[in-house]
Design a protein around this ligand. Structure first.
Ligand SMILES: [Zn+2]
Length: 150
């Protein structure tokens, strides 16, 4: 079966997609079929024709991620390998942490990545990142990179 291979011009991610019967029917009827790939803060939309030739690609900003966007720009892949650890528990005392900050802190075990903490806490990646940046500033937490094989 023929496939479409496209490299996102914004983040460089390579997508491979195998069109189904419905896609091909649409391409036949309308001339072009759009397919979208969600890349965190943006969406890559690819239009292909019935010969599976890519005719147009567009990058859209993703509104959902935009709302919770942290002050630094990060990708999902980055958040999967960044692992926070508590380096100075005594610094927690007297800082008057908010509920969501406490929730994030309770999920830090030196193994969970930022995206795993976000998932477990119900907060967005951006919210967790902002909280971690604050906790890091307070000297409570240090965010490191996941060790290979960990
Ligand atoms: Zn992309």
């Amino acid at each position: 079966m023929a496939r479409i291979r496209i490299r996102c011009q914004k983040c460089g991610k390579v997508e491979i997609y195998e069109p189904d019967a419905e896609d091909l029917r649409r391409a036949e009827e309308i001339g072009l079929t759009p397919i979208s790939f969600h890349h965190g803060d943006h969406v890559l939309v690819v239009y292909f024709d019935r010969n599976l030739h890519i005719r147009r690609t567009t990058i859209y900003k993703s509104v959902e991620e935009e709302r919770a966007r942290p002050s630094v720009s990060v990708t999902g892949a980055f958040l999967k390998v960044r692992v926070p650890s508590i380096v100075n528990p005594s610094a927690i005392e007297g800082t008057g942490l908010k509920e969501d900050e406490k929730a994030v802190l309770s999920l830090i075990d030196g193994r969970r990545s930022i995206s795993e903490i976000a998932m477990a806490s119900g907060l967005s990646d951006g919210e967790v990142l902002n909280i971690l940046m604050r906790l890091e500033k307070l000297g409570i937490v240090r965010v490191g990179r996941r060790r290979v094989g960990a």
